[in-house]
Design a binder for this molecule. Sequence first.
Ligand code: PSU
Ligand code: MN
Length: 325
Amino acid sequence: MRDIARNVPRIPGLAGFDNVVEMPTPILTPEVAAALDAGRPVVALESTIISHGLPRPRNHEAALEFEQLLRDRDVVPATIAVLDGVPRIGLDADGVRRIADDDLAKASVRDLPILAALGGSGATTVAATARLAALAGIRVFATGGLGGVHRGASSTFDESADLSVLAENPVTVVSAGVKSVLDIPATLERLETLSIPVVGYGTREFPAFWLRESGYQLDWQVSGAAQIAAIMRARDELGARQGIVVANPIPLAQQWDPSEHDRVLAEAFAAADAAGVRGKAVTPFLLGYIVDASGGRSLEVNLDLARNNVKVAAEIAHAWSALSR
Ligand code: PSU
Ligand code: MN
């Protein structure tokens, strides 16, 4: 294991505080550290999708499968979580079991120092995973769906920290867009305001997670991983620090039936409303409800789209490795 405290940014100009660290010291597994040192492909994976986004025991199988999909493609997986106060970049078998089986807190960036100081454990969201990946020097990250602006956010202010964190951390996130449980056009507007590039992978349409199309168009389409690596390098050369959102739609044959999707979602919203669910509990509640109410169909689609994203992330990690070595 090696630590990456030397990578933690120092904040200049604060007399007496030239060693300010805003983060606990993450630990990389030897496999991840060796791959990063050699410039070989590494892909970060989040743990909230495992702990809070997928039901047991499929979540454990999925965590292992995502890692295996990467290894099969000669990419080192770095599943990220906080265990016993230590941010982990890459998990061993027991770590993967813990994110699947233990009741871990849902951890965003703001929770990282608290978990570290109190020795707590947490499953990292896209925001916290991207932050820790960036600290470790990992540039490519695969997830299912990005967090975004929730419906009703103009009164609840519920907007995922995924967006603001991606504005400041140079990680390329492959997702199937954002779930139709969110406010998709508002999310796209916020991504624009935050100056986060969004590119469609083989499409000009922003996907809606379980569905291939959302009805909202993107400005840019890319046709392959090499183009994305070139965009990453151009971003670096411009001195910019944002992440890049790669919107990778599920193939039409694998998507959820749109009319069943609409029916189940309407039910899920009514149930969340009736249960008075708020804040960070909203996403896990809706996801769990939708899996049950769809008889497991939404789960199969969720797993398919996540696998697709992992595969595209593997290609991008190879292209990035080839370009940056
Ligand atoms: N989208 C999914 N599954 C998930 C999540 C999003 O399809 O499990 C998780 C991700 O970890 C994301 C988080 O970062 O939900 C966003 O939660 P919130 O809206 O509370 O920020
Ligand atoms: Mn929220």
